[in-house]
Design a protein around this ligand. Structure first.
Ligand code: THU
Length: 303
């Protein structure tokens, strides 16, 4: 079994990769050359699961958890060498589904145990990553200190810091969630109102969960689309949603009902974007706080 490892990482947009390379070399970083990497992320995984194929270099399956904060953040991960990446990719795609593929050209440099990645990511442009692999019993303070020194040397300012992973940046387009909500909406069971609604939620792990309204002859027993989608997310181990979309057949915009705003607030943050409209437009994005100021909360918030 591969033992879990831990690293501390930081990501930023890089407006001038050539200058970053010069700065890194001037700091004494060792240049390990360029690597073509293709990461296939799979759906329905607890945490994140990706198959990394690289040239030069072999393939590996990587499972990890990470939190989305712009500051240096810890990440626990496992790496398993893969002998037949194509067969594994097909098997995992058939079993779990593919979420997104991240393709990039990476220039790898090493500085005092910290990996510097100068990445040219397809669809996202130039980014710079710093990754300090932690010693087994580290309290992460030495790694944090190294990252700060390197960050100053590479002149990475706060404005450029990026909290999201490349996969989330690629997935976080409103159309993707609205499309998923629209597909679920078509399956809605709404024989009494004739008002079909679909909801799609992006979980912190990147997967999309959908739901449709389910009506009942005993009218008050009907369930909203958002409640159905929340149930799917939670049943799969999700405890947080990072974005939501709601689509209705008979209305261009279907803001969630009051009860569902409170339901969403349970597993979302005030700044979580809620996309309303249709996949091909018109559409509008509001935050949960705009929909529900002063959400009810118990202190402390239980998850
Ligand atoms: N509905 C939802 O699914 N979500 C909302 O946020 C608003 C209303 C459903 C409930 C009912 O089945 C139908 O729309 C008409 O009220």
């Amino acid at each position: 079994m591969s033992a879990p490892q831990r690293n501390l990482e930081l990501k930023a947009r890089d407006p001038d990769p050539r200058r970053s390379l010069e700065l890194a070399l001037a700091l004494g970083a060792e240049d390990r050359g360029e690597i073509e990497q293709r990461d296939t992320f799979f759906s329905r995984a607890r945490g994140r699961l990706k198959l990394r194929e690289q040239a030069p270099g072999g393939a590996e399956l990587i499972s990890y958890e990470r939190s989305d904060t712009p500051e240096a953040r810890p990440s626990d991960y496992r790496v398993v060498p893969v002998a037949d990446p194509e067969a594994l990719r097909e098997a995992l795609d058939a079993a779990l589904g593919t979420l997104v593929v991240v393709a990039k050209r990476r220039r790898l440099l090493l500085w005092d145990g910290v990996r510097i990645h100068l990445d040219e990511v397809e669809g996202l442009g130039s980014h710079l990553e710093l990754e300090a692999v932690a010693a087994p019993d580290s309290d992460l303070e030495p790694e944090r200190g190294k990252l700060e020194r390197l960050r100053a040397g590479l002149e990475i300012d706060d404005a450029g810091l990026v909290a999201e992973s490349y996969s989330d940046l690629l997935l976080d387009v409103p159309e993707a969630l609205l499309r998923a909500a629209d597909t679920a909406m078509r399956e809605a069971y709404a024989p009494y109102s004739g008002f079909k609604v679909g909801a799609a939620l992006r979980s912190a792990g990147g997967a999309i969960y959908t739901g449709a309204n389910v009506e009942n002859a005993a009218y008050p027993q009907s369930q909203c689309a958002e409640a159905s989608a929340l149930g799917a997310l939670v049943a799969d181990g999700g405890r947080e949603l990072t974005a939501a979309a709601i689509v209705a057949e008979r209305s261009d915009f279907c803001p969630p009902c009051g009860g569902c705003r409170q339901r969403l607030a349970e597993l979302a943050r005030p700044e979580t974007p809620i996309h309303l409209g249709r996949p091909a437009g018109p559409r509008r994005t509001v935050t949960l706080a705009e929909l529900l100021p002063m959400a009810f909360e118990l202190e402390p918030k239980a998850r």
